[in-house]
Design a protein around this ligand. Structure first.
Ligand code: SPD
Length: 433
């Protein structure tokens, strides 16, 4: 290319009018158009005009995508501007044509900053904003202002990252990425949701494993020997379960081998137990696996899935939990990540209700913990017991204390165990309504 950038000016005609007037759909399409072309999205801002029309910009590391729509004319004017050779704006064009159902369109491409008009020797070393020390070989080291955002239509959690994308794969299930965040270390994201970060993953992984392992051990006098983990491809949950010497086997069923591969490569402190001989890793569908599991097989089932979209959707159904109950031995425990009372209140309540129908009201317990990199920061677990004991009053507190000290756990301890089951009044009301 004999230019600094490529600019495609697009006219999309005969578009779907409802899509053109839906700010969320237009924004999602523009962001996905950027991503699918290989661009790194820094930020996006979109606005709906009354009564009709949407305007917005997606800022990408390689420049920007901009749009204005006229739904009443079924028309959108779109600018796709990319610098460098790594992103092909025509890929975004093709994606948007489909997303807007445009049956007539036209586009022209312009070279911007043609090297015919830029004089050789005009380039100067400009000191960028936020630049760190100048290195004669590398130039200025730039702190880029790139953000990853985990959001729904109304709320979001954003983490700044260096711009380094260490792993990025889309497959039939989802998009798996490992990004290098500034404050939380490397992080695993699936479909634009944070799954775990190096700095705070221990909150989630200790809490999804130890309250249930300890409750089982206290009530039955023996370690959970046969454990099943559904999901959990990063390996954090099996890492915690493998701390128990009495464990005989932990079977982990993860649908997406890319998650395991990405985490083994880039998050070895989380994915460190995959070679443990007690770990039986199955790449497959956890929902089907549980449906076909023989009755009375497991002491503990841990559901460490993603949010209920994509392949994790079936992990939030009565059928799935009925199959889990069947696969549990007597006195066995099921524990599942339960979403957030603040961010996903409807799913949080629905899952609790569903488990109460399957296991009975008395045997379902909700735990809360701090998930600093999940939207809202307040996250839940739902525990269901196929037996008659209580996970708090029947806890052998001294044993839990000894265990957490011996393993130098960073979140779970014997006092936190009971505290996690104590719910704020508004959460109690949500669950009892
Ligand atoms: N919104 C995030 C919910 C993710 C739950 N699973 C995380 C996987 C960590 N092992």
């Amino acid at each position: 290319m004999k230019a600094l950038g490529r600019h495609i000016l697009v006219e999309f005609l005969n578009c779907n009018a409802d899509v053109m007037n839906d700010v969320t759909t237009v924004e999602n399409a523009m962001v996905e158009a950027a991503q699918i072309a290989g661009a790194t999205v820094i930020n996006s801002t979109f606005h709906h005009f009354s009564p009709y029309g949407v305007s917005g910009v997606v800022v990408i590391q390689e420049s920007h995508l901009a749009i204005h729509t006229w739904p009443e004319y079924r028309y959108a004017a779109v600018d796709l501007f990319t610098c460098g050779d790594s992103v092909d704006p025509w890929v975004s064009f093709e994606f948007l044509k489909k997303a807007f159902s445009s049956s007539r369109y036209s586009a022209i491409e312009m070279n911007r900053g043609s090297t015919h008009i830029l004089k050789k020797g005009d380039a100067v070393q400009v000191k960028p904003n936020n630049a760190e020390n100048y290195d004669p070989k590398q130039g200025y080291k730039i702190n880029r202002n790139v953000w990853f955002t985990d959001k729904d239509e109304n709320q979001a959690l954003s983490l700044r990252y260096t711009g380094e994308v260490l792993f990025d794969e889309r497959n039939e299930f989802q998009r798996v990425r490992i990004l290098d965040s500034i404050s939380y270390g490397k992080m695993l994201t699936i479909d634009d949701m944070v799954m775990c970060t190096e700095r705070d993953e221990f909150h989630y992984h200790e809490m999804i494993a130890h309250p249930a392992m300890q409750a089982f051990e206290s009530a039955t006098g023996k370690t959970a020997k046969q454990v099943l983990v559904i999901g959990g491809g990063d390996g954090g949950t099996i890492r915690e379960v493998c701390r128990y010497p009495g464990l005989e086997k932990v079977t982990m069923v993860e649908i997406d081998e890319a998650v395991v591969r990405a985490c083994k490569l880039h998050l070895p402190s989380i994915a460190r137990e995959f070679s443990n001989p007690k770990v039986n890793l199955i790449i497959g569908d956890g929902i089907k696996f549980v449906a076909e599991a023989p009755a009375d097989s497991y002491d503990l089932i841990i559901v460490d899935g993603s949010d209920p979209a994509g392949p994790a959707e079936g992990l939030f159904t009565k059928e799935f939990y009925s199959n889990c109950k069947k696969a549990l031995k007597n006195n066995g425990i099921l524990i599942t990540q339960g979403e957030s009372p603040m961010f996903h209140s409807e799913t949080f309540v629905a899952l609790n209700k569903c488990l109460k129908q399957v296991f009975s009201t008395q045997q379902v317990h909700t735990l809360l913990f701090h998930a600093t990199t999940y939207p809202s920061g307040m996250w839940s677990l739902q525990m269901a017991i196929k037996g008659q004991y209580n996970p708090v009053t029947d806890l052998k507190k001294d044993d839990a204390g000894r265990f957490s000290k011996f393993h130098q756990l960073k979140y779970y301890n014997e006092d936190l165990h009971a505290a996690a089951f104590a719910l704020p009044t508004f959460v109690q009301k949500m669950l009892n309504a």
